[in-house]
Ligand binder design. Sequence first.
Ligand code: PYC
Length: 309
Amino acid sequence: MRRIQVIDSHTGGEPTRVVVGGTPDLGPGPLAARAKVFQERFDTFRSCVVNEPRGSDVLVGALLCEPHDPANTAGVIFFNNVGILGMCGHGTIGLAVTLAHMGRMKPGEHRIETPVGVVTVVLRDPHRATVRNVPSYRRHTNVPVDVEGLGRVMGDVAWGGNWFFLVKEHREELTVRNVDRLTDVSWRVRQAVNATVSEPVDHVELFGAAVDPTNHSRNFVLCPGKAYDRSPCGTGTSAKLACLFADGKLRPGDVWRQESITGSVFEGTVEPTGEPDVVVPSITGTAYLTAEATLLVDESDPLKDGIRP
Ligand code: PYC
């Protein structure tokens, strides 16, 4: 019987499963190189941890790694039901709260290595953290895509640690009871975007009016494996902040309150980098622990590696 130790949390409703023991040996080197080893040689481990019967489509895994630079607090490789994520904002907040619970992170500032660069996390209290993300920017503005059954949809292509297509104008109702339709629409938008632009866009965001008037906007975010983000999505909010900055609608010091489809909120701010329209976004959110567990992997189980969608 193989054993894998995990700690689960949720950040604004979106779950994170941090793998803290029983992890595969990815060898030394920067996180991007180790992520490649993880993808090429340990994809069954990924699927075993996050997919059914131990997980679900919505679960994001976080493989806790030794940092390449010992001055950094930790390294992490995020993954989901279909593969590896470049960065994950809600997952980094979940990781910080998990490391605090393990006694491995004290309140204050910490550097975390990811496959797409080093991010900073400030642990504010046992539940609240701010992630200073990788530099984020808009690549294309108002790209028209022809979506099957919907017609022409316009959106921006932006990087926030993952590639996003951000749609402001649509006729969809952004409510939880409408998620089946939102998922279907966003999936079709994603296919049209992938047939139009060269960036590997794998997340789609629909924006609308916030339900809570103290927030600036509500979003629905479709993740690469067709699950929707229960949180406002840290990398997706970063992409949004970059677009707002490029449009002159958000200045350094302004706080953007992004509401998710479930009503949870991330607060975002930007720091210009000096490069035209490139910002470093900071995302603040709250996470709570939900489980400490040992996953058991019986080598004789025909579904030991999980059910891949
Ligand atoms: O919070 O960045 C995020 C994220 C990406 C995918 C799911 N959540």
